[in-house]
Ligand binder design. Structure first.
Ligand code: ADQ
Length: 489
């Protein structure tokens, strides 16, 4: 029953993620086509996926019937169907209304609804089944992120031959917070179906290991020991095994982003942006998904106070805030969007002039080229996340600045802070601290800017996303290849 597809369609390396790396294009005549959406994860995995006849299991982003599997850039894409109701309960509900706020330190109140959880279980099973059908014997399966935490265990039950790895892109919270989850044990068991678990920071891996200990499991040196189950000798005996948990900080395709920053047309666009802004002395920049974890309101408060105190004075200093529309059907996001709009409106009312707003607010997605031009045009990049798994914007800003100028104000609660200690690190809750950091960053001497930027660029080029993927896959393959425990306890 596990082998419904032709063996030659089954893949040796299978990535499982909530979203497929494609965007839907609807032609004027109504026909639908799927365009590959280039992201860091796909481009890092592309070469290894092509070598291993790789497959990617995920949702297209459109509710309703899933299209047949198709190829994109040498990767076999296997769509999983989500109904409108699944999108509401599994995705907007359990994933983004419960797990997302819980895992981000309860910045917003998580809601726990049993019908959300039931949908989460059903949809995770659907992903696991699709993956089981499309994986070759002994294939390596790499499950991504908090929407799919039950897939490792479900997949292991269907296909014990597979080697299973999981990477969590968001934080894993301290146990005191995780313990609020009514289904905490099920989530731990789900994850423990993997051979290798990856987290962004060592602290996330440690939080996970501690959660296991609090639930009665033994851990030792980054490994969780799962005793043989049920008793040795019974029919469905599972030998004991080890699950490894460690940090693998994700990164970006540094070279391709650096190349964008070196393109003459993008440099010209950066100069044009500054002209369009009225040739200010200081351009501050924020680029985020419009999400309460990103601390956009804290940032606006700090900037507003600097304007009020005339430490920075528009139109000599302006803030450009680009915020990608995100999850706008989730209540908390709608509320935050309104708060940002009110705050931006107030700041512009108080400190703007005709034709010269103090805050340029774009609630829009921008293409890669325009983002690169904005990064080049910015004197100070502001990242004030209240909690963030990594924050790739920080690394993208650094990779774009081949001129070794510009300054980065970076929240210590973003995973990226560990790798970029030469940034101006701030506690975003400490508004005076954020203000002081902005002032220092805006007044940085070119020499000091270069010293800091050079060190940060070195890090981002050495540890790019290709290195992240290959390191993780190597470790995952070796974790799974370990001989099974010979003498079960
Ligand atoms: P996100 O929360 O989405 O990712 P981030 O890591 O900053 O956060 O990635 C956002 C991406 O979207 C960046 O590549 C950025 O360039 C792009 N982006 C942001 N605003 C944009 C805009 N207006 N237009 C176009 N592009 C825009 C989650 C976790 C992070 C973790 C990543 C990867 O929350 O902590 O770093 O996954 O693991």
């Amino acid at each position: 029953s596990q082998q419904q597809t032709e063996p030659d369609h089954r893949s040796d390396l299978v990535v499982v993620a909530n979203r497929l790396p494609v965007d839907r294009k609807v032609a004027p005549d109504g026909t639908t086509t799927w365009k590959p959406s280039p992201g860091g994860l796909v481009s890092a995995l592309e070469p290894v996926m092509q070598r291993n006849s790789g497959a990617w299991v995920g949702w297209t982003g459109a509710p309703g019937d899933a299209p047949e599997p198709f190829e994109a850039r040498g990767i076999h894409l296997i769509p999983v169907e989500l109904s409108k109701k699944d999108v509401e309960d599994f995705y907007e509900g359990m994933s983004n209304g419960a797990l997302w706020p819980l895992y981000h330190d309860v910045i917003a109140q998580p809601q726990f609804h049993r019908h959300w959880w039931e949908s989460y279980v059903r949809v995770n099973r659907r992903f696991a089944e699709k993956t089981a059908e499309n994986s070759a014997e002994n294939a390596l399966v790499w499950v991504q992120d908090y929407q799919l935490q039950l897939v490792p265990q479900m997949l292991r039950a269907l296909r014990p031959d597979l080697r299973i790895a999981f990477f969590n892109h968001i934080p894993f919270p301290p146990y005191e917070i995780f313990a609020q989850l009514p289904w905490r044990r099920q989530v731990l068991d789900g994850l423990l179906g993997a051979d290798q678990l990856g987290f962004q920071r060592p602290a996330d891996a440690n939080n996970f290991l501690r959660a296991c200990r609090r639930n009665g499991l033994a851990t030792r040196r980054g490994m969780v020991h799962l005793p043989a189950e049920p008793r040795f000798g019974s029919a469905d005996h599972h030998p004991s095994r080890e699950v490894r948990a460690a940090a693998f900080p994700i990164s970006i395709d540094s070279e391709s982003i650096d190349a964008l920053g070196r393109r003459p047309d993008i440099q010209e666009r950066a100069r044009e942006i500054r002209r369009e802004l009225g040739d200010p002395k200081v351009v501050l920049l924020g680029v985020d998904r419009l999400d309460y974890t990103k601390g956009i309101l804290h940032r606006l408060k700090a900037v507003e106070e600097l304007f009020a105190e005339e430490v920075l004075s528009p139109p000599d200093a302006v803030l450009v805030q680009v915020a990608t529309p995100s999850r706008d059907r989730v209540e908390e996001y709608e509320k935050m969007k309104r708060d940002v709009e009110v705050t931006v409106g107030r700041i512009n009312g108080d400190y703007g002039q005709l034709g010269h707003p103090a805050v340029h607010y774009l609630h829009q997605s921008q293409d890669r080229e325009e983002l690169a031009a904005l990064y080049l045009a910015a004197d100070v990049m502001l990242i004030t996340a209240l909690r963030d798994g990594m924050n790739l914007v920080a690394k993208e800003y650094v990779a774009t600045r081949h001129d070794e100028q510009g300054a980065l104000v970076l929240s210590e609660f973003a995973g990226a802070a560990i790798e970029l200690p030469q940034a101006f690190l701030v506690n975003p809750h400490d508004i005076d601290g954020v203000k002081a950091a902005i002032v220092r960053a805006a007044g940085l001497s070119p020499r000091e800017a270069t010293r800091r930027m050079r060190a940060m660029r070195r890090r981002v080029f050495e540890f790019d996303v290709a290195r992240w993927a290959s390191t993780f896959l190597k470790v995952a393959a070796s974790a799974a290849a370990e001989p099974p425990q010979s003498s079960p306890g």
